[in-house]
Ligand binder design. Structure first.
Ligand code: G3H
Length: 195
């Protein structure tokens, strides 16, 4: 079996302010997570001959990967966070206040709700297909550093969770989800590196 390690980027400045989307750098605690993650990855993959680190094209994942040395890094646009369209950069409070109909329709059907000029979870699931094909093909371990909505979809695929659960799966910050793909099925471990 070979591990696939899934993690969100370290806490970003927008996470602290409750803003969705955007492309900010990490907060202080996000920076600390990046170092702890590098430590963890180095130890966990020490005995592996090859492995690779996949990030999105957004700063917060690239910066989270930056203290990790010794493995090739690949940026995938398909790993970028769900595109919140006209709501990019807003807080949920602001969406509720300024666009109450949008807020309500999303609440009603979070899986298929598409942000105006943005994406739905179903869109994200679809664009992840090439990433999943490549993850299945790889023989070596992969560390995927991405975003909440994207990791919900990836996790649901490997853990065989139903589509309707995807937008509600818990993928907390500063936690590594390790998936082991063996002949007998999939095993999962979670490592919470900090609060
Ligand atoms: O910025 C987007 C969030 O990571 C996705 O969260 O789909 O629960 O609003 P949500």
């Amino acid at each position: 079996p070979r591990p696939i390690l899934l993690t969100r980027h370290g806490e970003s400045r927008d996470n602290v302010r409750g803003r969705i989307g955007g492309d900010t750098v990490l907060s202080g605690s996000g920076e600390i997570y990046a170092k702890k993650l590098a430590n963890f990855v180095e130890k966990r993959l020490k005995s592996e001959r090859t492995a690779s680190i996949w990030t999105s094209t957004l700063q917060r994942t690239i910066i989270t990967a930056s203290p990790i040395f010794g493995f090739p890094k690949i940026q995938w646009r398909a790993l970028d966070e769900i595109n919140a369209g006209v709501c990019d950069g807003m807080t949920y409070e602001e969406i509720k206040r300024n666009m109450p109909e949008e807020y309500e329709s999303r609440k009603k059907d979070k899986l298929s709700y598409r942000y105006p000029r943005g994406e739905s979870y179903l869109d994200v699931i679809q664009r992840l297909e090439p990433v999943i094909i490549e993850l299945e093909r790889q023989r070596a371990p992969v560390v995927v550093i991405s975003h909440q909505a994207v990791l919900r979809a990836l996790y649901a695929y490997f853990a065989d969770r139903p589509l309707k659960e995807v937008p509600h799966i818990e993928v907390p910050l500063h936690t590594i989800i390790e998936i082991q793909m063996g002949v007998t099925g999939v095993q999962e471990k979670r490592y919470k590196l900090m609060d």
